[in-house]
Design a protein around this ligand. Structure first.
Ligand SMILES: Nc1nc2c(ncn2[C@@H]2O[C@H](COP(=O)(O)OP(=O)(O)OP(=O)(O)O)[C@@H](O)[C@H]2O)c(=O)[nH]1
Ligand SMILES: [Mg+2]
Length: 305
């Protein structure tokens, strides 16, 4: 039985079974409900979901790989969800990501999953949320979401994370200006990567002052960390900072609040996903005179039972 096979793969925590389960849910397969219902909710509750975001080329994947190795050395099982590394902006870095992750390919306690935004009409938040649940529910105590910090859908994705690190690198002036508005708000940690490159200290100072200005609601300012991801430098300090933020969020209730918000976002996204086919069907069945305003027509279609 196919469904038994998939569920067994999940129970056995077999990376391929997990990957298959994520695909099925993403494709809205009839098995999706059963897969999601089979997960251990307490594991999902306990896992730490870490968002890694920032402009293309800042070193997010290199950093993710280092963080992953570090957690693995603590014997933690780790899941990674890489959102659309093939966006038009970053231009096909997916191969690079794959290659970098290859050294974990044979590790049964690492599950890496890419998810495309391209060619998708919404539903990314729902799919990524389900992937987080499947990974956490099958024993990944850390789930990392890597996403390029650009579009709105990526911003929504970051809201699935308990903690978000914004990765920046020197020499990307314009990108940083563009990021300021949205991403600084959601960042708990500001990572100045490529600290081996010229301009890193200046960038770190800029970030320090921005962090002071942008003190969040809980009055905690984002901590600035410096890393050289390509050489594995600064990773221990970064992980210590992550742990501190996580502990304080768990204690203050901030974590619960973020999870609640993420939950609502996911419900909305799933609801939209589920109604879309129904609406498409209505449009197809309606008479095609195409007169009048499309907006009015849409309202009328929705009124129809
Ligand atoms: N000098 C230096 N290079 C780095 C460092 N970290 C990463 N790089 C290099 O920067 C380039 C981009 O790194 P990635 O990890 O692919 O960056 P990314 O942010 O994941 O990029 P996208 O996924 O395309 O948005 C690669 O060539 C890395 O080897 C660093 O600390 N110092
Ligand atoms: Mg990347």
């Amino acid at each position: 039985m196919m469904s038994e096979h998939i569920l067994k793969g999940l129970r056995d925590r077999d990376p391929r079974g997990i990957a298959r389960a994520i695909s099925l849910v993403e494709e809205n397969d009839p098995l999706a409900d059963e897969i999601l219902a089979s997960l251990d909710d307490s594991l999902v509750d306990q896992a730490m979901v870490l968002g890694i975001t920032g402009p293309p080329g800042a070193g997010k994947s290199t950093l993710t790989d280092r963080i992953l190795s570090n957690y693995r050395s603590q014997d933690k099982r780790v899941g990674v969800i890489a959102i659309d590394p093939s966006s038009p902006i970053s231009g096909g870095a997916i191969l690079g990501d794959r290659i970098r992750m290859m050294r974990h390919a044979l590790d049964q306690d690492v599950v890496v999953r890419s998810m495309a935004t391209r060619g998708r009409l919404g539903g990314l938040c729902a799919a990524a949320g389900a992937a987080v649940r499947i990974l956490a529910g099958s024993g990944c105590s850390v789930v990392i979401i890597e996403t390029v910090g650009v579009g709105q859908s990526e911003m929504d994705i970051i809201r699935l994370a308990d903690i978000t690190a914004l990765v920046l690198a020197p020499g990307m002036g314009d990108d940083i200006q563009a990021m300021k508005a949205g991403l600084l708000e959601v960042a708990d940690l500001l990572v100045v990567n490529k600290a081996d490159c010229a301009g890193a200290d200046t960038l770190a100072m800029d970030m320090e002052s921005m962090a002071r200005e942008g003190r969040g609601k809980d009055n905690n300012k984002a901590k600035v960390c410096m890393t050289v991801a390509s050489e594995g430098k600064g990773i221990d300090d970064l992980l210590a900072a992550i742990e501190t933020v996580d502990a304080s969020h768990r204690e203050s209730g901030e974590r619960r609040m973020r999870r609640d918000k993420a939950y609502d976002l996911e419900v909305l996204d799933w609801a939209l996903e589920m109604t879309k086919p129904l609406i498409i069907e209505k449009i197809e069945k309606s008479d095609h005179d195409r007169k009048g305003d499309p907006r009015l027509r849409a309202a009328k279609l929705l009124e129809q039972e």
